[in-house]
Each structure stands twice: as C-alpha cells, then as structure tokens.
Design a protein around this ligand. Sequence first.
Ligand code: NCD
Ligand code: ZN
Length: 346
Amino acid sequence: MTSPASIKIRRPDDWHVHLRDDEMLAAVAPYTANVFARAIVMPNLKKPVVLTSDAVAYRKRILKATDGTGFIPLMTAYLTDATNPSDLEKGFNDGVFVAAKLYPAGATTNSESGVTDINKISSVIEKMEELSMPLLVHGEVTSPDIDVFDREAVFIDRVLEPLLKKHQGLKVVFEHITTSQAVQFVRAAGPRVGATVTIHHMIINRSDMFKGGIRPHLYCLPVAKREQHRLALVEAATSGEKCFFLGTDTAPHSVNVKESACGCAGIFSAPSAIELYAQAFDEAGALENLESFASLNGPAFYGMDANVDEITLTRESWKVPEVIEVPGTGGVAPFMAGKEIQWKIS
Ligand code: NCD
Ligand code: ZN
C-alpha cells in the first residue's frame, strides 16, 4: 500500500513534558502548546512542585507563557518521603493535580528530593489507589551496583511488580519505557497500567550516542538501549494498543550544561515531536495507528475525552533549527538539530 501524502488526526496530547520555569518556560512552552491540546507537566523544577499551592502557582506561570493557544497544562505532584496524603487528596479533588510522579531519589534531573524508599510512602499510595489517582513512575532503580543499562529492567522486578501486587487497584503509568522487558510487562499488566513512549527512544539506540564521538544531545534518562529494545518500542507504539501512548519527555537544557565534562540528561524534542512520530509511524507502515497512540489512548487511560478538533500532517520536508534562543543562556539544541524531517504539521 502506498502511504498517503497527508493525514488528519484528532489533536494530540503530550502525556509527559518538562516545561521548566522563567525564561526557559517562556521560550519552550509554545512549541508544546502550539501542537498539543493538553500535556502532563512534570514537577521536577529546581524547587519541585510538591504542594497543591505550588502547582496552582506553576500552572498560572504556564498559562501566561502559553497565552492565546488554549493549551491546558495538567499538573502533577512531586512525591517525596514527606508527602502529605491530605494535601495530595485536596489537590486531586480540587482538580489541580491530575497525577503524582515518583522519582526514585537520585534517578534523574532534580530528583534529589525524590522518594528514598517506596515503602516510606505507603499511606500516600493507598490514598492514590482509593482516589484512582494515577501514579507516574520514573522506572529506574538507583543502586550504584546496578549497571545503568539494566536499571529499568531491575526496577520492574524489584519495585513495580511488588507495588502492583500490593496495591491491586493502583493506576500506574510507566513513563518513557526503553526496554523490551517494559513493553512485555505493560502488555501483561492489564488496563490499569499504561506506558508513554518517547520519539527519541523510537529513533535512537545506545550506539547513536557514540557515533563518531560522544553526542551529549542524545543523552537522556532512562538512557537509550540496544537496537533490539528500540525495535520493541517501535512495534509497541505503532501497534495501536491502548496501553501505549504519546509522551515526549521533551526536556530542555541549555547547550552549555549539555556540552560539559558532566553533561546533564534530557532531550528537547518539542520543536519536531509530532512530525517525527508521524515519520516513525510512516516508516513502520502504521500511519493508521498514529491517532490512537497520539490522541486517543492517553485520554482514555486518564479518563478524559479525546480532543474534538483535528490537525493535518503533510509529507513535506523541512529542517529542524540548529538552536532555539533562550535569553540569558547559550540556547537549547533541539533533537535532530539541523536534520531534515519528511513530515510537517500544517
Ligand atoms: C528529565 C529532565 O531533564 O527533567 N531528563 C531526562 O533525561 N529525561 C528528567 C526525566 O524525565 O528523567
Ligand atoms: Zn521526564
């Protein structure tokens, strides 16, 4: 079958974004807000979004940065060892918090105040189970003795499986999955477990990080894995199965902190995300499943309606900018900077 020159899909949502704050927020948020109707906003600011009041204030700043687009930020709570279940419940019942995020302490950017031991937040998890409030997990163990490429698979065995057994009603999103083990686990876990799949994990494998030299702009967490895992992710995302949905994990950092002796983790994919997903689905011969993945499965998991308006993607080549200016920094290099992409949003 020849693939079409253009497709129309319901407007997508992004179920995993980092919008940052201040000048970075102002510079990056429009790339998400101009395409996606809604996005799950990650709470890992330098001073994390822990309390309902933090989220109310942050949401206001996001709405200001995306004024005129109609974008709806869906706020999340950053869980700590000291999270108060009553504040979380109030935030959820008031429609401020949509979900809460588990960062194992030390797992990734700004995760220092994360949870040191899942058992320390049992009362919080019980409350979330009772409320049907989704728990979003950064699924990596942090023990230094576990190889960085094994951290996700070990997390499944040591943390996620026991957690789901203990809390039979808990809804979980396994964020930015990177392994075939995670794909299999999510498929088998039933409708209360979903997973986001990023576009960069569908495109790069771990060798790409070292092609011709070290490529700091391809470094993110969880780190990209072997080719066999990338293939499993492409197969899962493009299958149309309800448990897999779009979450870019777009995570901007300025060029100077990426290109450093100790460069930080995160890939800024927002400027070309939906176009690259279209290209990946096209290459997999599965464009007909793009709408399920990008626009239907996520809202269904979160118990929300799909968006009513549509976007059109056209087969047309364009070049991703080399850098996005952010005042006060050296700018941010987007994913696939300077490269040609074969699909374009009209
Ligand atoms: C994210 C960030 O920079 O905030 N980085 C990343 O590599 N994905 C944090 C995260 O989602 O792990
Ligand atoms: Zn993230």
